[in-house]
Design a protein around this ligand. Sequence first.
Ligand SMILES: [Zn+2]
Length: 399
Amino acid sequence: MLLEADILLPITQKPIRQGGILIHNGKIADIGSKNLLQKKYPHHKIRSFRDTLLLPGFVNAHCHLEFGPCLSNKEPPPSFTTWVRQLIAKGTPKRHLLKKRIHEGQEALLKSGVTTVVDHITPDLLSLHSRQSPLRHFFCLEILGAERSRGQESLKKARKIMKASSLSEILLTPHSLYSVHHQVLTSLLQDLKKQPFFSIHLLESFDENRFFVHRSGPLARFVRERGGSVGPLSPVFWLQKQGFLRHHPLIVHGNYLSPQDLKIIKKFGLSLIHCPGSHRFFGHRPFPLDAILKSDINVALGTDSLASLANNHRLSFFSELKLMRGNFPKISPEDIIRMATLNGARAIRRAGEIGSLEIGKRADIIAMTMKDKKKDPYENVILNNKIKWTMIEGRFVDV
Ligand SMILES: [Zn+2]
């Protein structure tokens, strides 16, 4: 099948006007000018789309689909720790409601152009996911437990669930450094060595910064109440010393990283996952994107969950792109779209397969309207609120 559109945004090369993409066996077999491709492949079926631009599907590099709309807050809580306490107090809903939430979340992501998602999940809830969702879904089974025996139990259970599941792309992942006992983290290392990557919340909040750097504050009280102890002075340095950084962690948030932390992150070639909506919700200090980009660190984007987004967000990846555009006017729309696609693929070590429109890559493609033809095509992507259609692995997906 030959797809034709006004503009293609391959990401790894300049936009192609009046372009075509040849799809074969779920992959991109050729890409270039539509006239050339028509001559080269005269017998292929053509699907032509007017006023349309095509680009690779978005990679949502951080999400918790199990946190549904009922957890969203009208007002941000006074502190991160208060938010955690409120979330725990709300309790776990019935499984059928959770299943519905997850399904709605998947739909919302697909509608906003996401084709790949890295989803942190409670291990028990893995069975609520089915193979049926077309999303390229990476399931990060979260290990939790500040107190040692609770953490050990969580790890044991997650290993068992992972082994028994028929779903692919399941990974074990520590929730964070403050919420998992350090001895449990150390035993998790043997699992992480066998995985392509893992994902960890790190230095997300002011409270977490106080917890590690000053060993005090509400988060330190919260963790002590649960039988945990106050962690190392520099969590990034600790992860490096223990050997975690060799196993490709996605550093999720990293809102309070020090210049020294950035040097270590750069040295290990790690990726930072920024979640603009969640960042705004908590009112964190401005995200030091300039310093991070100057350090040549790969930055990808995530939605995080509805529990830390304003209640009108609806888990739309376009909302995150618009926030990026508003918060960082000096960053070009092209760079923002690269963060949303190729950088996400790089973060999860799949840049050889997804994240750009290149020959040999999987045909994960999204289509959207050219809202303003006078404007830059990357800016046009951000102007949209929904996609026209999506294709995953060469198949059109119903959204
Ligand atoms: Zn998260």
